[in-house]
Design a binder for this molecule. Structure first.
Ligand code: SF4
Length: 381
C-alpha cells in the first residue's frame, strides 16, 4: 500500500466556531455577552486557557471548575475538535514531519526539529503560498487559502501533546505576513500566560520581505506578544534577489532594510537574516561583501543555508568551500553568521521543501516511512 492510495476525505466546514481561535480578550467579551461580571469573566478566561492548553482537554464538560451555565454556553457556540494528523514521517536525523488535514480536505505540514538544547516546531500559516520564491517547493503550489487562527494554534497544540516544544518558527508553508491578522492573533494566543508558556524570545516570524506588513506587525505586536523577526534575504543585490524572489520587485532590498532598521528591537535582540546559498547564483565572497555592507548598523545574525535541490528545481547545491568562504568573510567583518544545515532532507522537511504532496513523496521516495497517524500503520516503507 502506498500513500497515494489514501485519498483525503473531505471534512465539512465546522458550523461552530473553534475555541482555539479565541484570545483571552475574546473569551472575556464572550462571557460578558452572557452576563458574566467582568472580574469573573477575566478569571474564567484564564481557567479556560488553562484547560485548553495545559490540561489539553477535548470537551467543555471536562472544564469542571466552570459553572454549568458557562460550560453550556461554550459548548453550544464553540467546538474543541483537535486538528487531525493524517501522516507522520521521521527523518534519519530525528526531524519529524506531520501532515494535518483541514476541514476542507486541504492539507498542511508542520515539522519538529530536534537540537541538543531545544525542540523547534516549524509551522504553516497558509495552504500553499503566493510569493513564488523560485527555490521553494511550496512556492510552486500557489496560494490556496489562509489558515484560520485555530488552524495555526492547533498545529502547536497537537504536537505539544507528543513532545515538549521549546521554540516556534513560522517558516513552514506560506508567507506569515500575507496572513497577518490571523498570525498576529495566533501569536497572542501562543504567548499568553496560562497557554503553552512560550517566551516571546522563542517565537520567530520569518518573512520573504513584505515591507508594508513588517511595518504593520511592528505596531501590532508589542510587549509580551512581540516575536523575533527573520528575513529571507537570499540575494546581495536587487537583480539577483529578484531572480529568486519576485517579492523584491515590489519591495526592493533598500526598502526592506529600512523597515528592518525601523523594527523596534528590545535590548540584546537581533533580526535574523536567512540566506539560502544557491550554487552558482549568490554564493561568492563578493556576495558576502555586499551582504556585509547592506546589513551594517542592523543588530543581526545571518544564517547561511546551503540549498536543498528538489525534483525539477532550477538551482543546485553550492560547493561546501564556497559556503565556508562566505561564512569566513562575514565573521571576519563582524557579522554573526552560522552555516545552518537543513534537517529532514530525506523526508522533504528541510527549508524550502515543504509541500503537501504525500503522494509525490511516496512515489518518488518509497523507502521513506510514512506513518498513518490514525491507525499507526506504516505505509510506503
Ligand atoms: S520561501 Fe516562504 S515565502 Fe517563499 S514561496 Fe516558499 S513558503 Fe512562500
Amino acid at each position: 500500500m502506498t500513500a497515494s492510495t489514501a485519498a483525503p476525505e473531505t471534512i465539512q466546514k465546522p458550523h461552530k466556531h473553534h475555541i482555539l481561535g479565541l484570545r483571552k480578550s475574546d473569551l472575556v467579551e464572550e462571557l460578558l455577552s452572557i452576563g458574566v461580571p467582568e472580574k469573573k469573566a477575566r478569571y474564567h478566561s484564564r481557567q479556560i486557557f488553562h484547560w485548553l492548553y495545559q490540561r489539553k482537554v477535548t470537551t467543555f464538560e471536562m472544564m469542571t471548575d466552570l459553572s454549568k451555565l458557562v460550560r453550556g454556553h461554550l459548548a453550544e457556540k464553540f467546538q474543541i475538535a483537535p486538528l487531525p494528523k493524517v501522516f507522520h514521517q521521521k527523518s534519519i536525523d530525528g526531524t519529524q514531519k506531520f501532515l494535518f488535514r483541514l476541514y476542507d480536505g486541504k492539507t498542511i505540514e508542520s515539522v519538529l526539529i530536534p537540537a541538543e538544547d531545544r525542540l523547534t516546531i516549524c509551522i504553516s500559516s497558509q495552504v500553499g503560498c503566493a510569493m513564488g520564491c523560485k527555490f521553494c517547493l511550496t512556492g510552486t503550489m500557489g496560494l490556496m487559502r489562509n489558515l484560520e487562527v485555530y488552524e495555526i494554534v492547533g498545529q502547536v497544540l497537537e504536537l505539544s501533546k507528543l513532545e515538549t516544544i521549546s521554540n516556534i518558527v513560522f517558516m513552514g508553508m506560506g508567507e506569515p505576513l500575507h496572513n497577518l491578522e490571523n498570525v498576529c492573533r495566533a501569536i497572542e494566543i501562543l504567548l499568553a500566560q496560562d497557554a503553552l508558556n512560550f517566551s516571546k524570545r522563542k517565537v520567530t516570524v520569518s518573512t520573504s520581505g513584505l515591507v508594508s506588513a513588517i511595518r504593520k506587525m511592528n505596531d501590532r505586536l508589542v510587549g509580551e506578544s512581540r516575536p523575533n523577526l527573520a528575513i529571507s534575504l537570499n540575494g546581495s543585490y536587487d537583480a539577483q534577489r529578484e531572480e529568486v524572489m519576485p517579492v523584491n520587485k515590489a519591495f526592493p532590498i533598500a526598502d526592506l532594510l529600512e523597515a528592518c532598521r525601523d523594527w523596534h528591537l528590545e535590548p540584546h535582540r537581533r533580526i535574523t537574516f536567512e540566506y539560502v546559498v544557491l550554487g552558482g547564483l549568490n554564493d561568492t565572497v563578493e556576495d558576502a561583501a555586499r551582504v556585509t555592507k547592506l546589513l551594517r548598523g542592523i543588530p543581526c545574525k545571518v544564517n547561511l543555508i546551503p540549498y536543498n535541490p528538489h525534483d525539477g528545481s532550477d538551482y543546485k547545491r553550492p560547493e561546501h568551500e564556497a559556503v565556508l568562504a562566505m561564512h569566513r568573510y562575514l565573521l571576519d567583518h563582524d557579522i554573526a553568521a552560522m552555516i545552518r544545515h537543513s534537517r529532514g532532507r530525506d523526508i522533504l522537511a528541510a527549508c524550502g521543501q515543504l509541500r503537501s504532496a504525500v503522494d509525490a513523496v511516496a512515489r518518488t521516495r518509497p523507502h521513506i516511512a510514512i506513518a498513518d497517524c490514525n491507525d499507526g500503520r506504516v505505509i510506503g516503507a
